[in-house]
Design a protein. Structure first.
Length: 120
């Protein structure tokens, strides 16, 4: 799979696609102009770049995703933990919580996630 990196503005553009797919390229350009202030050519340039990365496809003027938003952020998160913390989720959580304390609600959500994985 190609480089899945997206900048902040590309991610906002991707959100437009994910929220409206399937979407015609013309409608995507109109929504991008309204949301991002982009001209049609800018939308088509960024769309082509994201299609080349394997995130979306433009088939006959209809744009759809090849990777869901959830899968994209899951892959991106896994890659970050792998590259930054040698794949150790506990090391990531230790670093994350050293500066930001978790709320009771967040702790409970994490417990439920862990319990769900423990139960299989």
């Amino acid at each position: 799979m190609n480089d899945l990196q997206m900048g902040v503005i590309e991610a906002r553009f991707a959100d437009i696609i994910w929220e409206n797919e399937p979407i015609s390229s013309g409608e995507l350009a109109r929504k991008s102009e309204a949301a991002l202030g982009w001209k049609k050519t800018t939308s088509f340039t960024v769309l082509k770049r994201l299609c080349d990365k394997g995130i979306f496809k433009n088939d006959g003027g209809t744009v759809t995703s090849l990777i869901s938003r959830e899968d994209y952020y899951s892959i991106k998160s896994e890659k970050f933990v792998e590259e930054s913390f040698d794949g150790s989720l506990p090391a990531f959580l230790a670093a994350f919580t050293s500066r930001k304390k978790l709320s009771e609600n967040e702790i409970e959500q994490l417990r439920k996630l862990i319990d769900g994985y423990s139960e299989g």
